[in-house]
Design a protein around this ligand. Structure first.
Ligand code: SF4
Length: 369
């Protein structure tokens, strides 16, 4: 895997391809025969971000942080509770499924598990050709030829058109899944843990394939992963989620070299380093306990029950997601690696695309402007 060059000026003075604004998904919890609602799992609780054409936007966090639900909301596989999803300037948040059909060509999803996401009774030709049939598209050269071209593009033998998924290795099956998403020439691909079910040796091949396809086909990716090293290699910008909220968002270099949120620091400290000397020198931050339940998240800063920097204010006042002059956004009263003069320098609420609460004047390092 080779590290990507930073997408120069990602987002500067450009209209986003995708804009997610204060997006929420609360799953109701019901009880009894009458299914009385007794609570809600706040899987996604007011997140905002933009994704620009040609970039790779990484979304990371522990299991249960809401990243997969976010991907499913964007593709409208689940309906949002609140907020807005805008794709190419069109509000698709509540667009009827009939009107969504053409859009489904443009937004595709790569699923995590190449074993269960392919129908074992269908041939590769039928699986990769399904989007053509569903959308009623006739290709000039015929579906078989079109499918074989796509198979070749993802590094599979076009002669294997009539084979079944069980005849392929895990990496090859993920290539079949990728081929299926490419059939309709999408503009945006949501890749949900695209390599986590694969052997480490195969992961690099699939990541490289995704990068090659992006360059060749001018694709835009949202890559959802728990593995920060994978996201580091493939992403231009990265958002870190914790219990349904974005706690930090920055370009890849800033996030990995100068993380500001204690949670991001903890995640990065757990990334394996091959160099034994450097590994010994590094301080590993071990988080206390498991993440709290999104059914009953802690008040104010949701991370305060596990944060070694927590102070009284953290359990009383929710830190807003503030954007520094550099564009680095962080939601923490006492951020690390804050620029000289305090993180408050040039900080503004990441509004329209990021306010997660009211600033508390005088409270903590990021709250005054
Ligand atoms: Fe930790 Fe407080 Fe920052 Fe939350 S606001 S991450 S508890 S220091």
């Amino acid at each position: 895997m080779s590290e990507r060059g930073t997408l120069a000026g990602a987002g500067a003075a450009r209209d986003p391809l995708l804009s997610v604004q204060d997006l929420q998904k609360h799953f109701p919890v019901t009880k009894g025969l009458l299914k009385r609602q007794v609570g809600a799992v706040k899987a996604v609780d007011g997140i905002s971000f933009d994704v620009f054409k040609g970039e790779t936007f990484g979304l990371v966090g522990e299991s249960g942080c809401g990243k997969t639900t976010t991907g499913r909301l964007i593709t409208r596989l689940v309906e949002p509770t609140g907020g807005k999803i805008v794709f190419e300037g069109h509000d698709i948040t509540h667009m009827p499924q009939g009107r969504m059909r053409p859009l489904r060509r443009d937004v595709q999803m790569i699923f995590q598990d190449p074993y269960s996401s392919l129908n074992p009774r269908h041939t590769v030709g039928a699986i990769v050709g399904a989007p053509f049939r569903i959308q009623g598209i006739k290709t000039e050269q015929g579906t078989k030829k079109a499918v074989q071209e796509i198979l070749e593009m993802v590094g599979l033998n076009p002669e294997h058109y009539n084979r079944y998924p069980h005849e392929f290795s895990g990496g090859q099956r993920q290539r079949i899944g990728i081929a299926r998403t490419l059939a309709l020439k999408p503009k945006l691909i949501i890749a949900d843990e695209p390599v986590s079910a694969l052997d480490v040796s195969i992961q690099a091949q699939v990541v490289n394939l995704l990068e090659d396809l992006q360059n060749e086909l001018d694709l835009t990716y949202v890559v959802i992963a728990h593995d920060l090293s994978v996201v580091r290699h493939i992403s231009d910008r990265v958002a870190v989620m914790y219990l349904g909220k974005i706690v930090e968002l920055a370009d890849r270099k800033s996030l990995y070299e100068a993380p500001m949120h204690p949670y991001t620091n903890a995640l990065l400290s757990a990334v394996p380093i091959p160099d034994v000397k450097r590994r010994k020198e590094r301080d590993r931050i071990r988080l206390l306990g498991d993440a709290p339940s999104p059914l009953n998240p802690p008040p104010a800063c949701r991370f305060h029950t596990r944060c070694w920097k927590a102070q009284e204010v953290c359990s009383k006042v929710e830190p807003p997601l503030l954007a520094l002059a550099s564009g680095h956004q962080v939601a923490c009263h006492f951020p690390e690696n804050a620029p000289a003069g305090g993180a408050a320098t040039g900080a503004e609420p990441a509004d329209g695309n990021g306010t997660q609460g009211e600033a508390a004047p005088g409270e903590g390092a990021t709250t005054s402007s």
